[in-house]
Ligand binder design. Structure first.
Ligand code: TRH
Length: 385
């Protein structure tokens, strides 16, 4: 049975298995909201970890099997699904990051008169091979179903990255003074100070960097959402913990711990800082749209499989930089990812060039088309076949 199609709007099911951290559901949730709000799709998200989801969207009640938020239906994906024709199958089925859709759902997809558009949403990579594989179809070995592999990317011919249509307008309206008072509890910092935000995994390099900021000649203000690196910051300042609301000072460095906020407000932190340390996938993308210099802590993979991905992103981003700035940025990103010692002064001496490049890159990236828009165009051509 298909979801009732009272109007021409498409029904879309997104399946998300939370591997770890916030990125898996973070990307699915952002995409789900955009498909609903900007493209009018009727979206359901099947997610296996509502506690993680709750951190990004506090209105999610982790005890409920089914609920709605931002016009999207949320299903707690934990029990086996009802078999066969009792399942409602959507027009578009998105499995995120190769999570395995329940067998009962797949066999019901195969029974559907008009076969759903089935998409596997892959992780983002700036590597060149992505263009060759983006949207490649693959036939199911047993059922009359075809699945396409949608590759987000940083270059032409890929699926692009998520960007909401109102993002630039929201950034333009951002009231930095009000944000500092509300989120940090102090007045906005003088422009003479460098404001740094850090959202990162545990990172042994952080001690060297904190020491450089503390001992450096220029004042640095660190904004740090509570998270995996908070323990290291606490240890550096000789504190038992560095929880939201805490502040600390050492030499030229002052630090403020912030609360983890609902996902739509995460961008504000990036807009408030002069440079952002981000991680994973979603915050990496948001830093690019913030059009500020940034440093990426890539999700580490076995056998250093993440290194070519890091270099591919650097190749895209630094293409518009003069060689001295490009080398400094490459060295700094590698050091932050465990290869070498960071040299803050050498890196930040290119501040103006990095700022110009950040703004330029955001305009280049927009030309690939946003991920949701690219996905909707693909689905529309398939559904109407
Ligand atoms: O949390 P991440 O490290 O997520 C992931 C996962 O580890 C995943 O398994 C991996 O494959 C993927 O990275 C590449 O980093 P990411 O992707 O940046 O997700 C963090 C999310 O948290 C992002 O949507 C922004 C959100 N966030 C808030 O909503 N509020 C906050 O205050 C902060 C700091 C973040």
């Amino acid at each position: 049975m298909s979801l009732p199609t009272a109007s021409s709007e498409l029904a879309c099911d997104i399946f998300c298995a939370v591997v770890d951290n916030f990125g898996d559901i973070g990307i699915c949730w952002r995409l789900a909201r955009q498909l609903r709000a900007e493209h009018g799709w009727r979206v359901r998200v099947f997610v296996d970890d509502l506690n993680v989801f709750h951190a990004l969207c506090p209105e999610i009640d982790a005890t409920l099997a089914r609920q709605e938020a931002a016009g999207v239906v949320i299903e707690h994906w934990h029990a086996p699904m009802p078999a066969g024709d009792t399942l409602e199958i959507a027009d578009v089925v998105i499995e995120a990051f190769a999570c395995e859709i329940p067998h009962a759902y797949i066999s019901a997809m195969a029974c559907r008169e008009r076969k759903p558009v089935w998409i596997n949403l892959e992780y983002l990579s700036g590597e060149d091979w992505v263009t060759d594989f983006h949207m490649r179809p693959s036939l199911h070995p047993r059922y009359p179903l075809e699945k396409s592999f949608f590759f987000p990317g940083l270059g032409a011919g890929t699926g692009g990255v998520i960007k909401e249509s109102d993002l630039d307008a929201r950034r333009a309206r951002f009231d930095a003074n009000a944000w500092w008072r509300e989120r940090v509890g102090i007045a906005r910092q003088a422009r003479a100070k460098t404001v740094v935000s850090i959202f990162a995994y545990e990172n042994p390099t952080v001690d060297a960097l904190l020491a450089q900021w503390r001992d450096g000649g220029a004042p640095v203000v660190l904004l740090m959402p509570e998270g995996r690196i908070s323990g290291a910051i606490a240890r550096f300042f000789g504190l038992p913990k560095f929880a939201a609301g805490a502040s600390a000072q050492a030499g030229a460095l002052e630090a403020h711990a912030l609360e983890f906020v609902a996902q739509p407000r995460f961008d504000e932190l990036l807009w408030a800082a002069d440079i952002n340390f981000v991680r994973g996938e979603d915050s990496f993308v948001r830093a690019q749209w913030a059009a500020k210099p940034f440093v990426w802590h890539i999700y580490p993979q076995a056998d250093d499989a993440h290194v070519p991905k890091l270099d591919a992103a650097l190749a895209h981003y630094t293409a518009g930089l003069a060689s001295a700035a490009r080398d400094a940025m490459t060295r700094f990103w590698h050091a932050w990812n465990g290869n070498g010692t960071p040299d803050w002064v050498a890196f930040w001496s290119h501040r103006r060039e990095l700022e110009t490049r950040a703004a330029q890159w955001a305009t280049e990236l927009v030309r690939i088309g946003d991920l949701a828009g690219n996905l909707v165009s693909h689905a529309n051509t398939r559904v109407s076949r």
